[in-house]
Design a protein around this ligand. Structure first.
Ligand code: FES
Ligand SMILES: [Fe+2]
Length: 350
């Protein structure tokens, strides 16, 4: 049960090289990504002949050749060559998925391509920080052993930082300060302001600031696949614009029912080009992401083994979680029952 009529990040552009196809599970579908000229192509990863994975084949002159009996498919997924015969059966073709490259990410549309607004590149969220020269940062790719909804919950309730990330980025100010939640047409925005607090040692070191400071993080969840956490630190009482800023990008893509791709970027507007700070951020944030992976895999096991005692008990800090869950369910319902209707409009109307 996936929301498929949406853009998801399938990977980083640099992961798809000229020489080798790459298999990715996206929303339960096996997909092969490869380069054909300047473009990245995404096709169903099962040959029309005998379902052999095309990702186990070879790239030949912009086509992908099946490794089993040599069918060759072009970038539209149409077979152009069957070894040993002149004619190619009309049914020898595989599905092609819409793909857009933007700011180093490969965005893919796994859903219907018919209907108003389907696969419209204009609905892909902007992520300029990934490539703008005014920002520097580090990136990671993980495959988490949990369903995607657990990752969304995790990012919309950052009070877990004080506990799961106690030894890395955690501090008590996160749960000691409440949140405000704003809902727009296609986003849930959760803002937390933490005045006069001690930012984590990682940020104090990276920014070179003296606590106490004012701190905030604003999670902007662009449904259904991207969370951008706008973070910052200032001198007490100063404006947010005047501070140090970090943009944390979290592209969440369901792989299967119980595994999720996590494409992560942490980009800052200070210490640009500083290799020492990049190394510090890389080592510290890899610990943070490993802590999340461990917690979410434990949750997944409890759910999968049927140990849940009932529905979740939600608290005040879960206001964003509750709104997002409702909107995600409405998007899914709208897709299942009204495939031609504008999905975001359905979510807001209901
Ligand atoms: S399975 Fe691909 S050519 Fe036979
Ligand atoms: Fe976390």
């Amino acid at each position: 049960m996936f929301i498929k009529n949406a853009w998801y990040v399938a990977g980083w552009s640099h992961e798809v090289s000229a020489g080798k196809p790459l298999q990715r599970m996206i929303c339960g579908e096996a997909i092969v990504l490869f380069r054909s000229g300047d473009e990245v192509v995404a096709l169903a990863d099962a040959c029309a002949h005998r379902q052999y994975p095309l990702s186990s084949g070879q790239l030949v002159d912009g086509r992908i050749r099946c490794g089993y009996h040599g069918f060759e498919y072009d970038s539209d997924g149409v077979c152009q060559r069957v070894p040993g015969q002149k004619t190619v059966p009309a049914k020898a073709r595989v599905r092609r998925y819409p793909v857009v490259l933007r700011n180093g990410w490969i965005w893919i549309w796994p859903g219907d391509t018919a209907g108003e607004g389907a696969a419209d590149p204009g609905s892909i969220p902007d992520t300029p920080w990934l490539t703008a020269p005014e920002w520097d940062g580090v990136t990671f790719t993980h495959l988490y052993d949990c369903r995607s909804s657990l990752v969304h919950d995790n990012l919309l309730d950052l009070t877990h930082e004080a506990f799961i990330h106690e030894t890395s980025i955690g501090d008590d100010a996160v749960y000691e300060n409440g949140i405000t939640v704003e809902v727009t047409k296609d986003a849930v925005v959760v803002d937390r302001f933490m005045p006069n607090c001690h930012p984590s040692d990682l940020y104090v070191t990276a920014m070179g600031v003296q606590p106490p400071m004012d701190r905030w993080h604003t999670t902007e969840f662009r449904l259904p696949s991207l969370h951008v956490i706008h973070c910052g630190v200032t001198s007490p009482g100063a404006s947010r614009e005047s501070g140090y800023h970090i943009e944390v990008l979290n592209a969440i893509t369901p792989a299967t029912e119980n595994s999720t791709w996590y494409f992560y970027g942490n980009f800052r507007d200070f210490a640009l080009g500083d290799d020492d700070i990049n190394a510090l951020m890389r080592s510290s944030l890899s610990q943070v992401l490993a802590e999340d992976a461990d917690a979410l895999a434990k949750q997944e096991r409890m759910l999968a083994e049927g140990h849940a005692s009932g529905s979740d008990v939600l608290i005040a800090q879960d206001a964003g979680v509750a709104r997002a869950r409702r909107m995600m369910q409405q998007l899914l319902d709208a897709e299942l029952t009204e495939p031609k209707r504008d999905r975001h409009a359905a979510a807001v109307d209901a």
